[in-house]
Design a protein around this ligand. Structure first.
Ligand code: FE2
Ligand code: FE2
Length: 153
């Protein structure tokens, strides 16, 4: 008989970091594509758009209110983050309306990748470590995050 598998508890921060990792992987994959890989670029962009939009909504609903409430300068951090999310949404929507044959397509994708990489660094290196010191049920928040994600998709 096999030994029971021990479930490792997942926190909301773990889940968000997985999303970030996948987004960065997607940006790198896109950057490595050739100039003529139009079909693949469009496919990668569509999947990335869906994943990223879901991530932004889930983060804003589950995590950002806690950042605003518990962190010093929390409201300012959230305002800055929401402006970055809005910029990302604008670029995602712009890409959604563009043809991959458009000469500005790759450059628009690159701008989105740069913006998101900067935003992710800020969250992972500054905001999340501060939040982890707050007494919150991060495992329960992981469940809440997944619920919000299911409602968005
Ligand atoms: Fe964010
Ligand atoms: Fe994030």
């Amino acid at each position: 008989m096999n030994a029971p598998v021990k479930m490792i508890p997942t926190t909301v921060i773990d889940l968000l970091k997985i999303d970030h990792f996948k987004a960065k992987e997607c940006f790198d994959y896109f950057a490595a594509l050739g100039d003529l890989d139009f079909k693949i670029k469009e496919k990668v962009m569509k999947q990335m758009a869906l994943d990223l939009m879901t991530h932004l909504v889930a983060e804003e609903n589950v995590l950002y209110p806690l950042i605003a409430k518990h962190l010093p300068h929390g409201p300012a951090l959230v305002s800055e983050s929401i402006v970055e999310h809005d910029r990302a949404r604008h670029l995602i929507q712009k890409l959604g309306g563009m043809s991959p044959f458009d000469p500005l397509y790759d450059c628009t994708f690159k701008k989105l990748a740069e913006l998101m990489c900067y935003h992710i660094e800020e969250e992972e290196n500054y905001i999340f470590p501060l939040l982890e010191h707050v007494d919150l049920d991060f495992e329960e928040l992981a469940i809440e995050l997944q619920k919000v994600k299911k409602m968005v998709v």
